[in-house]
Design a binder for this molecule. Structure first.
Ligand code: COA
Length: 149
């Protein structure tokens, strides 16, 4: 059976739980609240989704998740490219996100999509066990061709 396109807060939370330990997965209630924020938008495809937000000139990639069974087939890359296009269409000239320094898969994806490091929050993520992990702040312009496309 083909994987479903996540859309409800419950389905987003279920997929998030399969994808995240750091930061911890978000609940259906948290997704409901985020989806209700002004400027928030969801991009989804079978087995993957990206939640973004555009306010004035800035867009933020709030979270991105691809089912572990469907990785390395370009879904993450497509979702990020669509996020950049959606952000530009909403008038945001610049896109930001935060990623754990230890998340090498996501960092490779974002680097390939043209993001570069603009800041660091030391010890921002606190796992239940083990040392705190820095958050890297990444940014890029929304306009222009993404190297990921
Ligand atoms: C990060 C994530 C979204 C990538 O999704 P994906 O669909 O597998 O990504 P893609 O297939 O589009 O990969 C695009 C490129 O990113 C890089 N990349 C992706 N996963 C990688 C990995 N595990 N190791 C190294 N590079 C990786 C590669 O350059 C890849 O291109 P290639 O497959 O041609 O080598 C997915 O691994 C995921 O959901 N991780 C858990 C949640 C998460 O970390 N989200 C981001 C938090 S900010």
């Amino acid at each position: 059976m083909a994987p479903a396109i996540p859309g409800t807060p419950e389905s987003l939370a279920a997929l998030h739980a399969r994808c995240f330990t750091l930061p911890r997965p978000w609940s259906a209630e948290e997704f409901r609240d985020l989806l209700a924020l002004p400027g928030s938008f969801l991009i989804a495809e079978p087995g993957g989704f990206l939640l973004g937000r555009a306010v004035a000139d800035e867009a933020e990639l709030l979270t991105l998740a691809v089912d572990p069974a469907l990785r390395r087939r370009g879904a993450g890359q497509r979702l990020v490219a669509q996020f950049l296009a959606a952000a530009a269409a909403r008038g945001a000239g610049r896109a930001f996100l935060e990623v754990a320094e230890t998340n090498l898969a996501a960092r490779a994806l974002y680097a390939r999509a043209g993001f570069s490091e603009v800041g660091r929050r030391r010890g921002y993520y606190r796992p239940e066990t083990g040392p705190a992990v820095d958050a890297l702040a990444l940014a890029r312009a929304t306009a222009g061709k993404s190297p990921a496309i």
